[in-house]
Design a protein around this ligand. Structure first.
Ligand SMILES: [Zn+2]
Length: 153
């Protein structure tokens, strides 16, 4: 999808999977981010991470052939690929001091607020990449930044 100016069109969230008013905007962390358009109290369900349910084998194939990591590991056998039919939750960026946590319930992934989130704030999640996964440098800029998106221990 290209806009007339030649830039990439702003991705849209699917409101049916959002429990609060949210919007995708350019992010200081990485390309696009998801921002709160209203205050979100701690503990509330914020949105669902949707996409195509794919097997471990298929997921591995996709992650090797694709630069964009939208694969959410839900258990030892399945991934959800947010690049296919994603709710927009795949645009939530990683930080080492996140405002959201993910919870997996029956092969569905939900993001909950870890703390009170202010109107206008960018939402973030700790991706918890394994230490054996491809190492990805982190530049989230938070005081707790460990330097890598991967967990080191
Ligand atoms: Zn960081």
């Amino acid at each position: 999808m290209k806009s007339k100016s030649g830039g990439v069109a702003r991705p849209q969230l699917k409101p049916e999977y959002c429990n609060f008013q949210l919007e995708v905007r350019p992010s200081k962390i990485h390309r696009w981010g998801v921002f709160a358009l209203e205050a979100i109290p701690k503990g509330k369900k914020v949105m669902e991470y949707t996409g195509e349910l794919v097997s471990r084998k298929e997921g591995k194939k996709r992650s090797e052939s694709n630069q964009i990591h939208c694969l959410f590991t839900i258990d030892p056998y399945w991934y959800i690929d947010g690049a296919v039919g994603g709710s927009g939750a795949e645009f939530v960026n990683h930080t080492c001091d996140p405002s959201l946590e993910s919870r997996i319930l029956k092969r569905r992934v939900f993001y909950f607020a870890l703390r009170d989130i202010e109107k206008g704030e960018e939402l973030s999640l700790d991706y918890h990449f394994g230490k054996n996964q491809e190492k990805v440098k982190c530049s989230c800029g938070t005081a707790k930044c460990r330097g890598w998106i991967n967990l080191l221990e």
